[in-house]
Write a protein that binds this ligand. Sequence first.
Ligand code: GAP
Length: 436
Amino acid sequence: MDTFVSLCKRRGFVFQSSEIYGGLGGFWDYGPLGVELKNNIKRSWWRAMVQERDDVVGIETSIIMNPRVWEASGHVQTFTDPMVDCKQCKHRFRTHDLKPNEKDELRCPDCGGELTDSRMFNLMFKTFVGPVADEASVAYLRPETAQGMFVNFENVLTTMRRKLPFGIAQIGRSFRNEITPGNFIFRDLEFEQMEMEFFVMPGADEEWHDRWIESRVGWWTDTLGVRKENLQVREHAKEELSHYSKRTVDIEYDFPFAGFAEIEGIANRTDFDLKQHEEHAGRTLRYFDEASGQQIIPYVIEPAMGVDRCFLTVLIDGYAEEEVRGEKRTLLRLKPELAPIKAAVLPLSRNEQLVPPARRVSDLLRPHFMTQYDDAQSIGRRYRRQDEIGTPYCVTIDFDTLEDEAVTIRERDEMTQARVPIANLVDALREKLGCW
Ligand code: GAP
């Protein structure tokens, strides 16, 4: 994990937030390559969840909402974690994270010291709207994007003329004042979520829930390329269910630091949220079912995931070290769709005859793909650098290029090489990449 975290920093994927001031626990910045990977993950999700479906639309809602939203949703009362402190070393723990015997004996897992009694702690960040910081101006940074979809149910239903079943999707930031942030970007205080609320007829909820579980697992394996053997689907036990859930299934990844842990949750939220908002807002949030002539409150199936955890998953799953001709090479086997750089343009050397055609090839590709031009150090070293950041293709310009107007495309995983005329290069790469 240390090697991996240092690679993330060294190669410009993830930096500690406000690092020059010593950082701030649970907050992270994404570097030039990180932001590309993150955008590619979001684009891939949006394509699968919105673009390719005719029953889901997207929205973007504000982070700070009327605080009554969070009373209605139950977050003010129940979005809490029990925590304990060690009286000796002062370390703080989520009670959930302590093993049963540690809870019973009330001992600190770090130093063996005595623990305080469990206290409930609300995870929502509070702020104030307006110039006066008093109880009347309290607002919250949203702890989930989902409520933005519920409060816009009627707006979307009427403006988009939707019929059940249909979904509303959103990608956006969420904030949780986590007691124990950590494991790199696994548990953050500020993170991004990709959530979709799928509204269905009551009674059709269980079948849709199963369909969404299957579809979401397929996205992780087939679209993102995460290895099946590193994933599992876990059913929540009754006592684990969130206050709104009838059934929840987590997709979990086998992380090297934590074992299997949640990367996506797929919940049956029933009609809980719409009912609560009806009651608290005093508005009817119903759907007119023509077949029965009834006004009904739809049930909701919610696939919800975090972008940052997904980022960590694809990097860890794609990370590999292998030996090539007696030398170690590190590579990221990222799907081309996710790779921050799609093609690197590498002149064989800085020879003055090679640089102009190499620059021309770089100019040719740049409008079509994220590219990187690199002419520093030996070609072998440059291939390794690209392997390490997951670049699927390297385009090499050599002395033959001057004669035949062709270049070599070298593939990352198998290291195979193919000669391609410059005139066909954009199409050839587009075909190999199979994406934008
Ligand atoms: N609307 C439902 C909901 O928010 P959740 O299981 O609390 O459900 C969904 O969160 C996903 O958001 C998780 O599967 C995880 O990927 C991500 N997530 C939650 N808390 C996070 C945190 N503190 N840091 C990073 N990602 C987090």
